[in-house]
Ligand binder design. Sequence first.
Ligand code: SAH
Length: 362
Amino acid sequence: MGRANLFGMGKGALATLAAERGQPTFRARQIYGWLYRRRVRGIDSMANLPKPFRAALAEEFDLHWPDVGERTLSFDGTRKYLFRLEDGATIEAVYIPEDDRRTICISTQAGCPLKCAFCLTGIAGYKRNLKAGEILGQVATVMDEHEAAATHPHRREADPFPWNVVVMGMGEPLLNSDATLEALRILMDDEGFGVPPRKLTLSTVGILPALEKLAREPVRPNLAISLHAPDPGLRRALMPIEEKYPMGAVVDAALRYPIPRGGLVTFEYVLLGGVNDSVPHARALARRLGGKRVKVNLIPLNPAPEIPFKAPAPEAVDAFGAALAAAGLAVSVRRPRGRDILAACGQLHLKKGADAPAPARP
Ligand code: SAH
């Protein structure tokens, strides 16, 4: 039987672990710091723990990050990581260098059960929820590989290129809210990864009970809501989840969500050529969101042979954005990154094979 992984355990679990072994409570904090702030790769590197305690820990636990199966580099510097998990499930994460920052896009499920009509992850099927350690391990691996090169001792503090983390990879984070929330707490914790909440964004279709739970967390990330249509009828055709969590209620919940530092909630809108990208669609969207303190992020579809939609014409993207801006909405258009390696938004999926999630049944 495999030993349990320390990596992924939060403060509460580590406190219990220390108490059960007759250790003072500060030991839990020490282990936590080694795991998530120093990010050591073995229990034996936890230098300030007494040797006998380290040995006892190592008998019951191990410490490992998910294995990197493959790295693929794009012409634009984007890097895609394929992780192979203990049960053979595979997931992907993406590293995206930008002019003034670097972003890590992480997955929360192996596959996705939502089956949005334009998303390859959904088309490929669903396998399982990730554990907190599997979510955090993606961040740890990417950060580690891009910080190892730096030799400056204070680089982490003085880094001119801060890290951003976006929970926009494979899966629906709020269908795996326990593990996702635990991972987010450790990511945003100063004694953990120390990613400031305003540099972390969670994207969701709006699983309402879990969204309310996230809103009640003492420390919360930014929120992006996948809307993709101006009205429930069209949204239902693109996103089956509309049946369960209708967009009216999702928009209301998102508007109540306390964004870090008084920032704006983002609504994501994938533009599908000839389907939801006309100026009347934009006007209908503006009527729904107009006057609210929100941002709209337009995402031109990243097409693929398996996706039964086409990218919008560039003029349609411009006209759509202009119509929203004319209605007073803050609009941005997402530039695709890593397109050549299928790492662009919505392209994370795995080729069919033994390790890929089972294909969805019709
Ligand atoms: N399940 C979450 C997070 C993962 S998807 C969510 O739906 O928000 C992250 C974003 O990529 C979502 O807005 C999703 O709709 C979008 N997306 C999916 N497939 C895409 C594609 N082929 N091209 C562009 N964006 C896509």
